[in-house]
Design a protein around this ligand. Structure first.
Ligand code: NI
Length: 275
């Protein structure tokens, strides 16, 4: 069986409070490795704890997601969360991120989707938080997992400036890529990879991006518990379903499934130094 890697899972979230370990065991048994990604302090810590429990195949990313800067209630289709407000503590995250099981700083980035009335102050706070965590990634020489919603240009501008100023040498991935093929090219030219999840199994908006990008620049993820791929839509997602994303990629690119699996797994191992 060929190994698949879910580069963005949240088995550290409440949705798996009862059976997180079962889901992990099921994934490993069926040849799926995974990175549990933190969104704030508690989930970052839990991601590391999970990774420490398994000698192989379970990794962690730690970071403070931009929506956790403010306390707010977010309600969307299949997605409901009350965020806690957290102030970013650089040293605290640095200590946690030095754990050898932590393969990336994430998820970090900008999320303008939930900002009301185009509030500039909140945008500025998000940018400051993003910059601090890019510095953390650079200090520890670990790649980043970037979350971006309605903020592609700002993220591209920030990364470009940091790279030009030689303040950022580490690379990483743009998780749950929702931009267009031109934006994808800009990221790829800077050395970043793009990751797709279940969205591509039910929305055709990204076919062009997928066709335009070489397989070497693409990674797979689930973003579980959210975004379950067809035919599991509406259910709780889990790392095993990453195969559906691989199948759809193979279909869109008209290449063998095995090639998609092998190449994306090699990509994930390379980006995150997974062994
Ligand atoms: Ni996520």
């Amino acid at each position: 069986m060929n190994l698949l890697i879910d580069t963005h899972a949240h088995l550290n979230f409440k949705a798996y409070k009862e059976d997180g370990s079962e889901v992990i065991k099921r994934s490993l048994k069926n040849g799926v490795w995974l990175i549990n990604v933190g969104a704030e302090w508690d989930t970052s810590k839990r991601a590391v704890e999970y990774a420490e429990k398994y000698p192989k195949g379970v990794f962690a990313a730690v970071g403070l997601h931009p929506i956790h800067l403010q306390e707010q209630e977010i309600k969307e289709k299949n997605f409901e969360v009350v965020t806690k407000a957290e102030k970013f503590d650089y040293e605290k995250y640095k200590t946690l991120a030095q754990n050898p099981n932590v393969v990336a700083i994430g998820e970090i980035g900008l999320d303008y989707y939930h900002i009301e009335n185009d509030d500039q102050e909140t945008k500025l706070l998000q940018k400051q938080l993003f910059l601090k965590q890019l510095d953390l990634a650079e200090e520890l020489q670990k790649p980043v997992i970037i979350h971006c919603r309605n903020a592609y240009q700002d993220i591209i501008d920030i990364l470009k400036l940091k790279i030009e100023n030689r303040e950022l040498t580490v690379k990483g991935i743009i998780h749950s890529f929702l931009g267009n093929y031109k934006q994808a090219r800009q990221y790829r030219e800077m050395g970043f990879k793009i990751a797709f999840n279940g969205i591509i199994t039910f929305a055709r908006d990204y076919d062009k991006v997928i066709l335009d990008a070489p397989l070497e620049d693409i990674l797979l993820e689930t973003d579980c518990p959210y975004l379950a791929p067809a035919p599991y839509r509406g259910q709780r997602n889990e790392p095993l379903y990453v195969i559906e994303v691989a199948k759809k990629l193979a279909e869109i690119k008209k290449i063998p499934l095995e090639e998609v699996i092998n190449q994306t797994t090699a990509n994930a191992k390379k980006v995150f130094n997974l062994v």
